[in-house]
Design a protein around this ligand. Structure first.
Ligand code: Z5A
Length: 201
């Protein structure tokens, strides 16, 4: 657990239901007034980087892409996450540094590390299921594909394999959930895991 507050992150390949679960968790914890953030984004710099890295159609070097995501994250930590945790709040993040380790590190092969100034989450929910199913959900939802979503199936499988390695390496932080269950079923699993932690926070 962080020195103060409670830091919860959601990870997974696209369409795995992270945003849905972040919203449901935010509602469940609404009496605690949680701070909810998404990555990349959440600050003016982060939102601008989001546009550049995901939608500008630029040809971006893989390592440069990693630093862009990390620059957005560092600003979010400085402006939002660290002050909220220091004030004892609950922070819920829709993606965090494990995304960089999985996408840029695992799938693109960039040497990626965890910077010591980036707080570690107390709990990371990894939503897992067939990569194809998530991509199908996106198509069904009519969402325009961003730069990363346009990558090959093989790329997304490498992301999933990298998440698997991260979860195996840190079993005390990661909670692996079957993302193919219904929204409510996944949410109830999230609640089950968090109830004792939230009572203490
Ligand atoms: N990226 C990176 O490379 N490196 C980094 O460091 C960071 C990010 C931080 C961000 O895109 C992209 O940046 C992302 C990784 C990369 N791209 N990829 N690939 P984003 O923020 O626009 O999108 P995302 O984070 O990938 O989320 P998403 O793809 O939009 O999906 P999601 O949040 O996991 O799922 P959702 O929006 O909750 O649900 C998708 C649809 O499925 C929607 O219609 C839901 O109603 C439906 N859904 C959700 N749950 C269920 C269940 N349980 N059953 C049935 N249907 C469901």
């Amino acid at each position: 657990m962080s020195a103060r507050g409670l830091f919860i992150t959601f990870e997974g390949t696209e369409g795995s239901g992270k945003t849905t679960q972040v919203e449901m968790l935010g509602e469940w914890l609404s009496a605690r007034d949680p701070v909810v953030v998404r990555e990349p984004g959440g600050t003016e710099l982060g939102e601008r980087i989001r546009e550049v890295v995901l939608y500008a159609g630029l040809d971006i070097d893989a390592e440069a892409e990693m630093y862009l995501f990390m620059a957005a994250r560092r600003q979010l930590i400085a402006d939002v996450i660290a002050p909220a945790l220091a004030a004892g709040q609950i922070v819920i993040a829709d993606r965090y540094h494990d995304s960089t380790l999985a996408y840029q590190g695992g799938a693109r092969g960039v040497p990626a590390i965890w910077p010591p100034t980036f707080p570690r989450p107390d709990v990371t929910f990894l939503l897992e299921g067939p990569v194809e199913k998530g991509l199908e959900r996106h198509v069904a939802a009519g969402k325009a594909p961003d730069r990363m979503e346009q990558e090959s199936l093989d790329f997304h499988r490498k992301v999933a394999a990298a998440y698997d390695r991260l979860a195996v390496a840190e079993p005390s932080r990661f909670v692996r959930l079957d993302a193919t269950g219904s929204r409510d079923k996944v949410h109830l699993s999230v609640r089950d895991h968090l109830t004792p932690l939230v009572e203490k926070a």
